[in-house]
Ligand binder design. Structure first.
Ligand SMILES: *[C@@H]1O[C@H](CO)[C@@H](O)[C@H](O)[C@H]1NC(C)=O
Ligand SMILES: *[C@@H]1O[C@H](CO)[C@@H](O)[C@H](O)[C@H]1NC(C)=O
Ligand SMILES: *[C@@H]1O[C@H](CO)[C@@H](O)[C@H](O)[C@H]1NC(C)=O
Ligand SMILES: *[C@@H]1O[C@H](CO)[C@@H](O)[C@H](O)[C@H]1NC(C)=O
Ligand SMILES: *[C@@H]1O[C@H](CO)[C@@H](O)[C@H](O)[C@H]1NC(C)=O
Ligand SMILES: *[C@@H]1O[C@H](CO)[C@@H](O)[C@H](O)[C@H]1NC(C)=O
Ligand SMILES: *[C@@H]1O[C@H](CO)[C@@H](O)[C@H](O)[C@H]1NC(C)=O
Length: 358
């Protein structure tokens, strides 16, 4: 076992055998043994934080290990985005080990043993969970050790609710084919007037603006920001033991923060669940959708949202999707998925915790 994970496992004596085994799988890629002992620091004040108030939020729910099965349901059926997956129900996921837990780990995976029949319309078994609660104003912290990696993968941690796309969609972790950085985007109703400003104020966020149009169309990746930190997604994220994704939604803003596992600046209330979080002390967000960066009213365009965590494969509706940018194109992506189960051994989420605060 590599030093990094030995330290983590010693530090978290409760880690179960299953989690340990998952950790081992990423060890060969972990080249820098480091001690995860970040010194908590307080970020810039509220004035530097995109006009945040000094609001703090109280814990609503923390999902850890098999608690996830109480707060989330498995989406069952073919991919709503036409990917080469078959999302399985909870019983199938547990029976085929596409989901399992330990006292401090919740895992979601893709079938990495079966060769698919190319003539079948049924894709590779995969997992997609959706939260049972809906949230408007809230803050959330996702502590992730490992995100799905491998060519053809399109993992996402995101939120939506109500009629789609009118209810809005908030994509927090998203990317394809192992290519960093992370993309954070919004999708809004077809005829919505939501546009990302052409001159977003770079002093209000760390990310760089990407697509401008938020209104949904079949070939639009949504409006949003890309992280400038290459450790925010894919193998580079996993090699460092993952990190924390935090979000805050208010009636007038949607924000995302990211800290890699060894970032000394991770705030104490993000690193440890103490029952209260204060996003106004977290420093500059990575992505900040506020009245100074988008042209529409958040509360009108975003209904109450649930959390979704999934592992999609291929898809080529937009340039964002794994099939479209797969070497050789969409058909080569599907062929890769059909013929190479081994290529999906690292296509799993290992989540330490999701905490939601209201
Ligand atoms: C599920 O997979 C994990 C990781 O490979 C392994 O540690 C565990 O033993 C497996 N569980 C079962 C029931 O096969
Ligand atoms: C958490 O928030 C949800 C959605 O607002 C609510 O339904 C649920 O009862 C809350 N849970 C607790 C433990 O307060
Ligand atoms: C999931 O879908 C399969 C195939 O349609 C069906 O047989 C199964 O009963 C469904 N599971 C649940 C929990 O609805
Ligand atoms: C894939 O999932 C289906 C249920 O949707 C199940 O019947 C089938 O056995 C699974 N295949 C494998 C290889 O686990
Ligand atoms: C959450 O919102 C969905 C619509 O997006 C609705 O179907 C569901 O009943 C809501 N859940 C709760 C617990 O209110
Ligand atoms: C969007 O606007 C166009 C033009 O006014 C209209 O034809 C179309 O039905 C609208 N679409 C939706 C989904 O509201
Ligand atoms: C950004 O610039 C383009 C091209 O000049 C323009 O069409 C668009 O309306 C501008 N967007 C905003 C939000 O001002």
């Amino acid at each position: 076992m590599c030093n990094f994970w030995r330290l983590v496992l010693l530090a978290t004596l409760s880690a179960g055998a299953e989690a340990a085994s998952i950790h081992k799988r990423s060890c060969s890629q972990s080249s820098t043994p480091t001690t995860p002992a970040p010194v908590p620091t307080i970020g810039p004040g509220a004035d530097d934080n995109g006009g945040n108030s000094a609001t703090s939020y109280q814990l609503n729910e923390t999902w850890i290990g098999d608690k996830f099965y109480e707060g989330f349901t498995f989406y069952n059926g073919s991919s709503p985005t036409q990917g080469r997956v078959n999302y399985v129900d909870k019983d199938t996921a547990l029976a085929s080990n596409l989901s399992f837990t330990s006292s401090d780990a919740f895992v979601l995976a893709v079938d990495s043993v079966t060769t698919l029949d190319p003539s079948s319309t049924v894709g590779r078994n995969s997992t997609r969970i959706e939260g049972v609660h809906n949230y408007t104003t809230h803050a959330a912290v996702l502590d992730v050790r490992h995100m799905p990696e491998g060519m053809a993968t399109w993992p996402a941690y995101w939120m939506m609710g109500g009629k789609w796309p009118e209810g809005g969609e908030f994509d927090i972790i998203e990317g394809v084919n192992d290519s960093p950085p992370n993309a954070m985007s919004l999708h809004t109703a077809v005829n919505s007037s939501c546009l990302l400003s052409n001159d977003t104020d770079s002093s209000l966020m760390k990310g760089t603006p990407d697509q401008k149009q938020c209104a949904w169309t079949i070939d639009n990746t949504g409006c949003g920001f890309k992280d400038t930190n290459s450790h925010s997604f894919g193998p580079a994220f996993n090699e460092r033991g993952g990190g924390w994704y935090a979000t805050e939604r208010t009636p007038s803003s949607l924000k995302v923060w990211f800290w890699s596992r060894n970032d000394p600046k991770v705030p104490q209330d993000v690193r440890e669940d103490s029952g209260t979080v204060s996003p106004s002390t977290w420093g500059l967000p990575t992505a900040s959708f506020t009245s100074s960066s988008i042209s529409c009213d958040i509360s009108e365009n975003f209904q109450p949202h649930r959390f979704i965590i999934n592992i999609e494969l291929c898809v080529s509706l937009t340039s964002m999707q794994a099939g479209a940018v797969f070497p050789g194109g969409p058909d080569a992506c599907v062929k890769h998925v059909n013929e190479n189960p081994d290529a999906f051994k690292d296509a799993y989420w290992d989540i330490a915790r999701l905490s939601v605060y209201k």
